[in-house]
Design a binder for this molecule. Structure first.
Ligand SMILES: CC(=O)SCCNC(=O)CCNC(=O)[C@H](O)C(C)(C)COP(=O)(O)OP(=O)(O)OC[C@H]1O[C@@H](n2cnc3c(N)ncnc32)[C@H](O)[C@@H]1OP(=O)(O)O
Ligand SMILES: N[C@@H](CCO)C(=O)O
Length: 386
């Protein structure tokens, strides 16, 4: 355990943290936030929040920026002193758009995740992983856990909370739940509430995992994990993350690995595949190697439940308290999972009716991750003007 005073690079957390090496080689910090009551009832008895941070928190505790990761993202937004690029590399750092000479930047792992924050693979009080005993958690629960983390770090209010996709849902929920603690909020490629179609795509993914024979009701940690189900879930998801145009242009009907297309069908020796099949197999393989299936379910179900207006009246009523928050709402023009119309709906319901910025990308939903320069340009024009 390092005392905050001896841990260079940040300042004045009210609680000590422990450190370990995170994904990508970054310094992953962990703080216990105690018991967390849950929106759906019950509580998680002992929650640890894991995060990476860059820059230094000022004395007033008001120069902090929270960046929220997407579904399978990690805390590794930026390379910093580590060995691997972050998922928004170039946005955060000395002299970058979010200048760490001025701002203290935090990215926390979502509640239920598998990158350090308490989730289904964490060890429960009896010394065994939670597995099937991990409770249903919501986006709102994660935000409450993040608010506790902010308290422990001495962050009175965020200069900005920024996120894409599920990260955008968490950013929006922060503004609605704690409007007095969020001065600026960027919601990118996201929405006010998950739609029927988003829930439907998610259900197919969750069922793919649950029906894997290795799933064992979620208690698979002492056996083989449900890799086939998780891989299938990633394939379904990844198709929704990319556009038809991108897949067509990139792969067409081409065959992978020397197979031939004859009379319009694949005629191949052995296990040859269409190129797009090979690509999806690769995406599945990559995720299976870095993600826990129970966490995938927990976070997916949290996102299915996302509805910023739940229990708060109409969408306009739910957002009324955010009048003092400066918003950026942005959509990827080719997004067929979080349609730009959903960003329009959200923006129209915000007090002050914010215009929707467009990220021009042929890629589809994942454009919020691949078009880093466009996201950076938007943030520079809005929240981070010199
Ligand atoms: C280990 C970690 O970094 S985890 C934490 C970071 N992850 C996150 O934050 C999650 C969000 N990130 C993502 O979802 C992705 O990284 C994205 C959207 C940003 C980019 O997606 P990518 O998969 O890198 O890009 P893309 O769609 O171009 O795929 C490239 C990969 O497909 C492979 N590929 C391309 N065509 C084919 C094919 N025909 N057959 C097989 N593989 C193929 C490439 O070799 C490349 O493999 P690699 O990633 O192992 O080098
Ligand atoms: N590719 C991203 C998209 C989710 O919005 C992820 O895996 O987190």
């Amino acid at each position: 355990m390092l005392s905050p005073e001896t841990d260079a690079g940040t300042a004045k957390p009210a609680a000590a943290w422990s450190t370990s090496v995170g994904l990508g080689g970054g310094v992953l910090r962990s703080i216990h936030i105690g018991e967390l009551p849950l929106e759906a009832g019950g509580a998680l008895p002992s929650v640890t929040m894991a995060f990476e941070c860059w820059g230094t928190l000022n004395e007033a505790g008001d120069n902090a920026v929270l960046i929220q990761h997407a579904l399978t993202g990690s805390t590794h937004v930026s390379r910093g002193d580590s060995e691997e690029d972050g998922w928004w590399e170039g946005l955060v750092g000395p002299g970058e758009v979010i200048d760490t000479d001025k701002f203290f930047v935090v990215c926390a792992n979502m509640l239920g995740g598998c990158y350090g924050t308490t989730g289904p693979s964490s060890v429960a009080a009896d010394g065994r992983p939670y597995g099937s005993r991990f409770p249903f958690v919501t986006i709102r629960d994660s935000v409450e856990a993040e608010a506790r983390l902010a308290d422990r770090l001495g962050i009175s209010s965020w200069y900005a909370v920024i996120g894409g996709s599920m990260g955008g849902a968490r950013a929006l929920e922060w503004a609605a739940s704690h409007p007095d603690r969020v001065r600026r909020c960027a919601v990118v490629a996201s929405c006010a509430a998950s739609t029927a179609e988003q829930i439907a795509f998610a259900q197919a993914q969750v069922l793919a995992i649950r029906q894997d024979p290795n799933f064992a009701g979620g208690d698979y940690y002492d056996g083989a994990p449900p890799t086939l189900g998780l891989g299938l879930a990633r394939r379904i998801a990844h198709i929704t993350y990319r556009s038809e145009e991108e897949m067509g242009g990139r792969f067409g009907r081409d065959a992978q690995d020397g197979a031939t297309i004859s009379h319009g069908r694949l005629e191949a020796p052995g296990d040859s595949r269409y190129k797009v099949e090979s690509y999806l197999d690769h995406q599945a393989h990559k995720l299976v190697g870095r993600f826990d299936a129970n966490s995938y379910i927990a976070i997916t179900e949290a996102l299915m439940s996302h509805d910023v207006a739940r229990g708060r009246g109409t969408l306009e009523e739910a957002l009324a308290e955010t009048a003092g928050v400066e918003f950026v709402v942005a959509a990827v023009n080719s997004d067929r999972l979080y349609f730009p119309a959903q960003s329009e709906e959200l923006a129209a319901a915000l007090p002050g009716q914010v215009p929707v910025a467009r990220i021009d990308s042929p890629i589809g939903h994942d454009g919020f991750l691949t078009e880093v320069a466009a996201v950076g340009g938007l943030l520079k024009e809005s929240f981070f003007r010199d």
